[in-house]
Design a protein around this ligand. Sequence first.
Ligand code: NAD
Ligand code: MG
Length: 393
Amino acid sequence: MARIVTILGATGSIGKSTVDLMERDLAREGGPAFKVRAVTAGTKVDELADVARRVKAESAVIRDKSRYGRLKEALDGSGIRVSAGDDAVCEAAAEPADRVLSAIVGAAGVAPTAAAIRAGNDIALANKECLICAGSSFMALAREKGVRILPVDSEHNAIFQLLVDVDPASVDRLVLTASGGPFRAKSADELAKVTVDEALHHPTWSMGPKITVDSATLMNKGLELIEARHLFGFPPEQLGVLIHPQSKVHAFVVFRDGSWHGELGAPDMRRPIDYCLNWPDRAERATSHLDLAEVGTLSFEKPDSERFPALRIAREAMVAGRGAPTVLNAANEIAVAAFLDRRIGFMTIPQLVERVLEEADKAGLLHEPATVEAALVLDGQARDLAAGRLLAA
Ligand code: NAD
Ligand code: MG
């Protein structure tokens, strides 16, 4: 029987990669292995309608209610159901599915993903912000509902594969690799002057704007440390980062006996997505191939948290725990949006995040959010602090 998939954030970078896999599946010899239940998007209504038709989805949901009429018109006669609004996105996430691909960007993905978990749907999780914003309560909710969180993020997907049948006590540490982003070799002075266009030009991965900026500041790797902490349960001192500019090795598990196990593949998100959709089986064929002889050299270096303070700030928030990662994530989302709007400079992003963490601490806000909803309340408070900081700047 075909596996049922819902794609949250179907018009984004991860969403489109998933749509590509579903289109290939529709052409599969012997009939499709998947059936798409619902596709959702924020505002891109024409793209959503196009995607819904291409994957033969049962329903399409646009978050922006003002675009409902346009979506209805675009899908007229297709037999695809349409709806709109935040509640409708959550309802689509909660419809029975074998996998809900969580690929909305930012904390906006928390409520729909939590709705999918509450309905008992297994999650293919690309939206790392769910775990930075609401980590402990999010994982507790998944445990309570007996729902699996399958990691799409390439490093975590690699570790997930590497940890199969591994005794955690035999592991010395987990090492996430990072490309280093477009500014790996820039001096502190040069970093202060980089432009939005330069930041959006990632050397190895093609991704949405928010995560591309996060990769340039190295905040992305900091967020991924926190993500790994929640997914795999290892303490901060057993989580490390190595810069690896070629992005061919996605992570290592280092064993106590000194053995390093890595997962390699071309930098193509379709592979980890395919892995999560097919798990516990493996996809029948590859979407891209890695030719190591052609690559020739793989290199590694230590990250520099002086030039890239976001990595240090995120690590400190991970160690502090409780509400700190929630505040870190919210402040970072506001700072990245302000940078993309050309309101602040590149190096102001980590500065703003650090100031907001200090202010939240002074205001007594850094308590552990007991539930996903409490995490979203703290997220809102941190956004207000960050917006206030921006106005003051
Ligand atoms: P993107 O900006 O390309 O796409 C975001 C999607 O979310 C779009 O479909 C958009 O319509 C939808 N969306 C945005 N705001 C929304 C809202 N408020 N309500 C409902 N839908 C909304 O982002 P992306 O690069 O595809 O990343 C998605 C997530 O996956 C992020 O959390 C990112 O960190 C993570 N991720 C991405 C990659 C990658 O290669 N792009 C890799 C690892 C992890
Ligand atoms: Mg990643």
